[in-house]
Design a binder for this molecule. Structure first.
Ligand SMILES: Cc1cc2nc3c(=O)[nH]c(=O)nc-3n(C[C@H](O)[C@H](O)[C@H](O)COP(=O)(O)O)c2cc1C
Length: 187
């Protein structure tokens, strides 16, 4: 898909919930992450970072999800914990996009978080441009102390997204219906 009209990359991208092996090779992932880091970024603070959870690291992440669930809900049953653990196995690879804002005289935290959100979107778009399936997800476990400790997420950082990546599987999603943008034209 490289060389495609950039607008069609934006228009045609669909999230892919079903993602199979293989994961994108490291070189492709590197290319995707570099492209995503071109997001608008006031004062070039680069207030984000990535944690790449590769195939073999997913089990341990799933265990951290399940441990966090058990802590949050001590009466949770085994089936619930299994379902939570399985969230780490939904794709061959997960890029955790971490927002890492810091005090700055001109750039408030919200702007820095907005930059990190653009980066997460950039990962999804760049993946699509390289034929890699992607889906941006969130979840309470991004705030769970056990999960944050497992991933080494510092106080003041937050998980902006769990971007699941892999080979698109299952049916091709339907195109998103065209919709008029909600615009107030001041001519
Ligand atoms: C910040 C953010 C968090 C999201 N979290 C989830 C999520 O946890 N689960 C989910 O099914 N979709 C989530 N989505 C939506 C999907 O990424 C996706 O946009 C949606 O399924 C629509 O599909 P599309 O991207 O093909 O239009 C999230 C989107 C954003 C921007």
């Amino acid at each position: 898909m490289s060389g495609a009209d950039p607008l069609s990359v934006l228009r045609d991208r669909r999230s892919r919930a079903a993602l199979a092996l293989p994961a994108p090779p490291r070189e492709t992932l590197q290319e995707i992450l570099v492209a995503a880091c071109s997001a608008p970024d006031h004062a070039r603070l680069r207030p984000w970072r990535f944690i790449v959870v590769e195939e073999t690291a997913r089990e341990a992440l799933g265990d951290a999800f399940a441990a966090a669930h058990a802590e949050r809900e001590p009466n949770a049953g085994a089936a619930d914990l299994r379902r939570t653990r399985a969230k780490a196995l939904r794709a061959p690879l997960i890029v955790v996009v971490v927002s890492a804002p810091r005090e700055h005289p001109k750039v408030p935290f919200w702007e820095q978080r907005a930059s990190a959100a653009c980066v997460a979107y950039g990962v999804v778009l760049a993946a699509h441009a390289r034929g890699v399936g992607a889906m941006w997800r969130t979840g309470w476990y991004g705030d769970a102390p056990k999960v944050r400790a497992h991933l080494g997420i510092d106080d003041g950082e937050e998980v902006m997204g769990w971007v699941y990546l892999g080979t698109p599987a299952g049916a091709e999603p339907a195109p998103r219906p065209a919709a008029e943008p909600p615009v107030t034209w001041l001519g």
